[in-house]
Ligand binder design. Structure first.
Ligand code: HEM
Length: 236
């Protein structure tokens, strides 16, 4: 999606995806023969609509979506959160003093980072948004990241406040029918990561000269290309 891969890499990517599909197609077959208590087994055996099983392409599409959607996004959110807390030492100090604020801090990080910064939409009816006419059938790129800094909703929206009361009104997980399936898992992952990092390490700093803080060029996902931090251990 960042259009960074050259032709050779694109061919390798396509081969990797085929390998991925073969791996999961075999797993779906195994789960159909001997169901287990897991999500792949559910996709293999549960029926939809008129009582039919999912086709293999449908089930493979969903597995790919779950794996991709749940990986880079959570990673970027945690890394971006660490940078925000380094850049806002007062907020980091408050969090260390009041760990009960960690769930609220997670929402504030999601708001400011918005790891899925936008998503495509197609208008199903003529409508109007903020004075702009949107005709039926128009393709839109809805920018969650821009909405998350809307000053009419978030006072001083560019600033980090781990105690912001309405931080969870953010759009980082989208909204409506396609609201993120993994939102609660992602929130939990971020809370566990932040709690562990804050408890076990201190003196966080960006390593000088090694952090251009560049984001991968990508119309959909927002994440740092790399991050180098130094810290001291508080627990051995
Ligand atoms: C910080 C982490 C995450 C962020 C920021 C994020 C963000 C989003 C966003 C913005 C959408 C699109 C909603 C839309 O189209 O309006 C979405 C959909 C989705 N996410 Fe996440 N996500 C995260 C973590 C996860 C995890 C951990 C999983 C799975 C384990 C996951 C699975 C999905 C799936 C399957 C969809 C598609 C839902 C649908 O189309 O009905 N996401 N996510």
């Amino acid at each position: 999606m960042g259009r960074l891969a050259d032709e050779e890499e694109q061919i390798q990517n396509a081969k990797d995806i085929v390998e991925f599909q073969h791996y999961f197609a075999a797993l779906l077959d195994r789960m159909r023969e001997a169901p287990e208590d897991n999500i792949i087994s559910d996709l293999a055996n549960n029926t939809i609509d008129e009582g039919r099983l999912l086709t293999k392409p449908e089930a493979l599409g969903m597995i790919q979506q779950i794996l991709v959607a749940g990986n880079e996004t959570s990673t970027s959110a945690i890394a971006g959160g660490v940078v925000l807390l380094i850049q806002n030492p007062d907020q980091q100090a408050m969090l260390r003093q009041h760990p009960d604020l960690i769930p609220a801090a997670v929402e504030e990080i999601l708001r400011l980072e918005t790891p899925t910064s936008g998503m495509w939409r197609r208008a199903t009816a003529d409508t109007e948004i903020g004075g702009v006419d949107i005709p039926e059938g128009a393709f839109l790129m809805v920018r969650f990241a821009a909405g998350n800094r809307d000053e009419s909703i978030f006072t001083d929206g560019g600033a980090m406040s781990v105690a912001r009361e309405n931080a969870d009104s953010h759009l980082a997980f989208g909204q409506g029918t396609h609201f993120c399936l993994g939102a609660q898992l992602a929130r939990m992952e971020m809370q566990v990561a932040l709690t562990g990092l804050l408890n076990r390490t201190t003196d966080w700093a960006l390593v000088e000269g090694k952090n251009p803080l560049k984001h991968s060029p990508n119309v959909l996902l927002r994440g740092l290309t790399d991050l180098h931090i130094s810290f001291s251990k508080t627990i051995s």
